[in-house]
Design a protein around this ligand. Structure first.
Ligand SMILES: [Zn+2]
Length: 426
C-alpha cells in the first residue's frame, strides 16, 4: 500500500474512532481538536455498515441496515416529476461570524440546485468516459416557506449558543435545551444545522433509518457552507452536496473503509471501485487506485470543491430509492409551497396569478388609490430581472427570460409603501 494511502486510511480510522467515541459519550458537548488544525475534508458520516460496528448499532434496526445494503431495485423514475425538498437551515452561533448571512445560505441552496440538477459549471469538463453516467438527480431544494405549525417562515432559524468551542458534530446541537436547536418535523423537512465544528471536520449527515427524528439531518461547518465568506478548497458549497448524498443513502465511492476498498463496493454499479479518498487533492484524469480510472470528480469523494462535479445515474437510483423507502414524507411535503408574503400596509396587496410560474408572470397590485407603482423582479442575489411601472388594480403581464429559474422576489414600491412577494420560476 502506498504511503499516502496508508496515511489516509489512518485518517479515516481516526475519524471513525472519534465518531464512535462521540456516540459512546453522547451528551458530551465537545470532541478534541487533535485530528487536524486546519479545516479538512470532509465528513464524519458513518455508513450503516459502519454503524453496525459501532455503538449506534444498538439503536439501528438490523433489518433497516440490511435492506439499505440490498442495492438499488428498479425505480419508476420516468413517472416521477422533479421533487422539491423543503429545507430548514438552523444557524447555531456563538461568535458573530458564525451567525452567517441570509445571502450565504441562499448561495448554498443555489449550489444544491445546480449540483442535483447537473447544471453546475463542471459538467462539460467531466472526462468523456464518464459523461454518459452523469445524472440529473431531479431533486430541487427550497427554503421552507411554512413552519411545521403552518406559520410563514424564511426557512432559516437563528439560535445563540453558549458553546464557544464548537457545537457542530455534537449531539447537543439537535436540542434547544442543550444549547442547540430542536429539529423541525424530520419527516417533512430536511434539517440542516450550520455551526462551528471544533475538530476540523466539515460536516456530518445521518443515513436513512440510523437516527432518531430529533437528530436526523445534516450538519455543516459555517466556514464550508455556501459560497460567501468561505475559503478554498471548500468554498463552493460541496461539503453540503456531499453530506446530502449521505442523507439519501450514498456511500463514499471507495466503500465503507479504505483498507480493502478495491474489493468493496459503494452499492452503486456505475461508480468504479476505488481505494483512495482524494482528501486535499485535485488530481488530473486519469488516475487509478483500482482497475478502472477513478471517478474522483464524483461528489462522494473527498476531492477539493473545485475538482468535483457529478453524481451518477446509479447514485440517482439509490437516492430515489432512499427517498421513497425511508423519507417518503419529503415527497408530499407542502412546506415548499410559496406563500405570497405581504408586507405593510395590509390594505394593499400584491397578488400572483399562478405561482410557481414558467415564462410569464401575471400579477396585480390591489390598492385603494391610483398611485403608479414601480415594480422590480430580482433574484436571490439582488440582480434585477426586470423593472417596470404600472397602475394598481389591473392585471399586469411580464415576460420572463428563458434563463430565469429558481426563487425570485417581486417588489412593488409607491412612495414609502413597499410590497414584496416571493416567486418561484421553473
Ligand atoms: Zn462523506
Amino acid at each position: 500500500m502506498p504511503k499516502r494511502r496508508q496515511t489516509l486510511a489512518i485518517f479515516e480510522k481516526q475519524v471513525r474512532m472519534k465518531y464512535s467515541a462521540i456516540l459512546l459519550l453522547a451528551g458530551m458537548a465537545f470532541f478534541s481538536a487533535t485530528l487536524e488544525a486546519q479545516p479538512s475534508r470532509r465528513c464524519l458520516s458513518l455508513s450503516p455498515s459502519s454503524y453496525m460496528q459501532g455503538a449506534a448499532s444498538k439503536n439501528a434496526p438490523a433489518s433497516v441496515a440490511d435492506s439499505l445494503h440490498a442495492g438499488s431495485t428498479a425505480s419508476p423514475l420516468s413517472t416521477r416529476a422533479v421533487v422539491k425538498i423543503p429545507v430548514v437551515v438552523h444557524v447555531v452561533w456563538n461568535k458573530t461570524e458564525e451567525n452567517i448571512s441570509d445571502e450565504q445560505i441562499f448561495s448554498q441552496i443555489e449550489v444544491l440546485n445546480r449540483d442535483f440538477r447537473a447544471t453546475n459549471l463542471e459538467i462539460p469538463d467531466i472526462p468523456a468516459i464518464f459523461q454518459n453516467r452523469i445524472a440529473d438527480v431531479e431533486f430541487e431544494f427550497c427554503l421552507a416557506s411554512v413552519t411545521p405549525d403552518g406559520q410563514p417562515t424564511s426557512g432559516i432559524t437563528r439560535t445563540f449558543t453558549n458553546n464557544s468551542v464548537g457545537i457542530g458534530g455534537t449531539k447537543a446541537i439537535h436540542y434547544t435545551n442543550l444549547g442547540g436547536k430542536d429539529a423541525w418535523d424530520a419527516m417533512h423537512y430536511l434539517n440542516i444545522w450550520v455551526a462551528k465544528f471544533a475538530g476540523g471536520v466539515g460536516g456530518v449527515a445521518t443515513f436513512p433509518g440510523t437516527s432518531s427524528p430529533a437528530e436526523d439531518g445534516v450538519q455543516i461547518d459555517y466556514r464550508q457552507f455556501g459560497t460567501f465568506n468561505v475559503q478554498p478548497p471548500y468554498h463552493l458549497g460541496r461539503t453540503c452536496t456531499h453530506e446530502i448524498g449521505h442523507y439519501f443513502n450514498l456511500e463514499h465511492v471507495w466503500g465503507p473503509n479504505l483498507d480493502s476498498c478495491c474489493e468493496e463496493d459503494d452499492f452503486v454499479a456505475d461508480t468504479p471501485n476505488a481505494c483512495e479518498s482524494y482528501l486535499h487533492q485535485c488530481p488530473v484524469h486519469p488516475v487509478f487506485s483500482c482497475a478502472e480510472p477513478d471517478m474522483f470528480m464524483n461528489f462522494m469523494f473527498y476531492t477539493d470543491d473545485a475538482c468535483m462535479g457529478m453524481f451518477t445515474k446509479g447514485q440517482k437510483m439509490r437516492m430515489w430509492d432512499a427517498l421513497s423507502q425511508y423519507r417518503p414524507g419529503l415527497l408530499n411535503s407542502t412546506a415548499c409551497e410559496m406563500v405570497p408574503t405581504v408586507e405593510e400596509p395590509p390594505s394593499e396587496t400584491l397578488s400572483l396569478y399562478g405561482n410557481p410560474v414558467q415564462d410569464r408572470l401575471l400579477f396585480e397590485i390591489k390598492s385603494k388609490d391610483s398611485a403608479v407603482w414601480k415594480v422590480q423582479l430580482s433574484d436571490l442575489l439582488g440582480r434585477r430581472i426586470f423593472y417596470l411601472t404600472c397602475p394598481a388594480n389591473l392585471v399586469q403581464s411580464a415576460e420572463l427570460p428563458s434563463s430565469a429559474a429558481g426563487v425570485f422576489f417581486l417588489e412593488a414600491v409607491a412612495g414609502d409603501r413597499r410590497i414584496v412577494a416571493k416567486v418561484a420560476v421553473f
